[in-house]
Design a protein around this ligand. Structure first.
Ligand SMILES: *[C@@H]1O[C@H](CO)[C@@H](O)[C@H](O)[C@H]1NC(C)=O
Ligand SMILES: [Zn+2]
Length: 529
């Protein structure tokens, strides 16, 4: 047991070394753009050309061309039928393992989540420019803007390093998102998330920043940057072109909209230090333009909004993130706060009024956060709710005109192991004992806070009981001690239903996804002109 522990520590040391060495300057090699060069990109040497957005745009054009040719061969290309709407569902951190395990949580391994019944499935490669294992910021730029970027940055190309205030505020480095392409084409756009609406994934819809943490002015200043020159993410949502035009903004995160000296509707303070009340400013701006706008902060408030008459809807249902769905259902929260499914339904009702169609981004954000805590059960519960939201969206829309794409930004380190009997709950112990005579859980992580569940100072590996695993806050076994479990670097699934869903088969770069969605909508730089 002691040996296992030391081995784990040795692994940590190796890992830390790898992380550090990846930050050193590598010799650069410019690769020619061809399909063999793409294979060559698997090398650890970063291609200088990757820093240009045009590299990724051309890559996406090539992939799209391949897909169109494949579809023509299969005789499934319906060139007459353009998608009117696209709904992108992003299960944050929803690895293939997570999807598989959620089937079991629903009762049995033979189950399918709603989106697993979609006719087309592919795999997306999630690495970012400077990391093999990505975060939610650089991936948002990839799956919404079509460009791979640096870890921690949003809506900017890879010329911008994280925290670089100068390069990050240079519009020449901005990467446009599909929400902008939709707005420019006369469609509406909106976002729904269970995270703060200024968190990394939703920010990819409307923001450009060198640091995902700059959700309010105080955070910008804390990093030694000017809050005037580096407009924080909440202000970009309310003041900048794309954010301002979003017809639906729903999720959590009131604290980034109000000052530290002000409390929100639930009595919790803000984080801003510039005295602004961005919720009031958002409402005033809509009023000044004679637009029908509603701001709500509770489930009741949302139920009172006339969605048929409302042009702009902002719902901020928590000071920070919305609750985990499992906690929502187990508590009185369900009386006060809407579920992801309820928010999604309201969003579609507002957006479907536009005859030109819409782009809607919906994030099941907390699948990821529960994994970081090695609280696998909560992650799976959120995955099931995410699946419900997709089922509702598919039922409310037509497969003839609405493309639904379901994917994830990155994986996590959770595995399903131990040859458990078919009828065992996946959240519990495996039937066999390990070589040390102690039980172990079916779900476990490569690293994370669950390390302290796994080991103790006296005897080495701890003896865990079935009862402990029934606690919703149980932290699953983890080999390497880390405060927060890390993301994983393996590919994630892409599930598609609706017009041009056939494009989404195969294995491709995450940054090719917006090209295929935009082609289906016939908008932006990937339109069929
Ligand atoms: C906002 O908060 C800052 C610091 O927390 C404070 O100095 C300032 O007076 C507040 N502004 C307003 C208008 O209340
Ligand atoms: Zn994460």
């Amino acid at each position: 047991m002691r040996i296992t522990f030391l081995f784990a520590l040795a692994l940590t040391a190796v890992f830390v070394d790898v992380v550090l060495s990846s930050d050193r300057a590598h010799p650069r090699r410019v690769q020619p753009r061809s399909s063999t060069a793409r294979l060559g990109a698997a090398s650890h040497i970063t291609n200088q050309a990757e820093r240009d957005a045009s590299y990724w745009n051309e890559f996406a054009q090539d992939t799209l061309k391949d897909k169109i040719q494949q579809a023509a061969k299969l005789n499934t290309a319906d060139t007459a039928n353009v998608a009117k709407n696209v709904i992108m569902f992003l299960g944050d951190g929803m690895s293939v393992h997570t999807v598989t395990a959620a089937r079991n949580l629903m009762g049995d391994s033979s189950n399918q989540l709603s989106f697993e019944q979609f006719p087309y499935l592919g795999l997306s490669k999630t690495y970012c420019i400077d990391r093999q294992v990505a975060d939610s910021a650089c991936t948002a730029t990839a799956y919404l803007g079509g460009v791979k970027a640096n870890y921690g940055t949003i809506g900017v190309n890879a010329k911008v390093k994280r925290y670089n205030c100068i390069d990050g505020q240079n519009p020449a480095n901005y990467v446009e998102s599909i929400a902008k392409w939709a707005q420019d084409a006369g469609k509406d756009a909106g976002l729904v998330t269970t995270a703060r609406v200024t968190h990394a994934s939703p920010a990819g819809v409307y923001a450009h920043t060198a640091n995902r943490d700059w959700e309010n002015d105080a955070k910008v200043v804390a990093n030694g940057c000017s809050a005037t020159d580096n407009v924080d993410i909440a202000r970009q949502l309310v003041e900048w072109d794309v954010g301002k035009k979003l017809k639906v903004v729903m999720g959590g995160g009131r604290r980034n909209f109000i000052n530290t000296t002000v409390n929100d509707e639930e009595g919790l303070p803000g984080l801003r230090t510039d005295g602004r009340n961005l919720i009031q400013d958002w409402l005033k701006d809509k009023e000044a333009n004679n637009q029908q706008a509603a701001y709500v902060w509770s489930k009741k408030g949302l139920s009172l909004v006339d969605l048929d008459k409302t042009e702009y809807l902002m719902g901020l249902f928590a000071n920070s993130h919305c609750p985990y769905n499992g906690d929502l259902e187990r508590s009185n929260y369900k009386l006060v706060k809407p579920s992801l499914t309820e928010m999604t339904e309201a969003a579609i009702k507002v957006l479907q009024k536009n005859q030109n169609g819409y782009f809607l981004f919906v994030e099941g954000a907390r699948i990821d956060m529960a994994h970081h805590d090695t609280r696998a059960r909560k992650s799976l519960e959120d995955t099931v709710e995410f699946s419900r939201a997709i089922e509702r969206a598919r039922a409310m829309t037509s497969e003839e005109d609405t493309l639904i794409v379901v994917t994830s930004d990155h994986s996590h380190t959770m595995t399903i192991n131990g040859y458990p009997y078919r009828d065992l709950p996946i959240t519990g112990l495996s039937n066999a004992l390990a070589d040390d005579g102690l039980p172990y859980t079916i779900l476990s992580y490569a690293n994370g806070p669950g390390f302290s569940t796994t080991y103790n100072d006296k005897t080495g590996r701890s003896e865990i009981t079935a009862e402990e695993t029934e606690n919703v806050n149980f932290e699953y076994l983890a080999t390497v001690p880390l405060d927060s479990e890390t993301h994983g670097g393996d590919d994630v699934g892409v599930f598609a239903s609706g017009p041009f869903a056939q494009y989404f088969t195969g294995n491709y770069e995450q940054s090719n996804i917006p090209a295929m969605m935009a082609r289906a909508l016939n908008i932006g730089p990937f339109a069929n002109l």
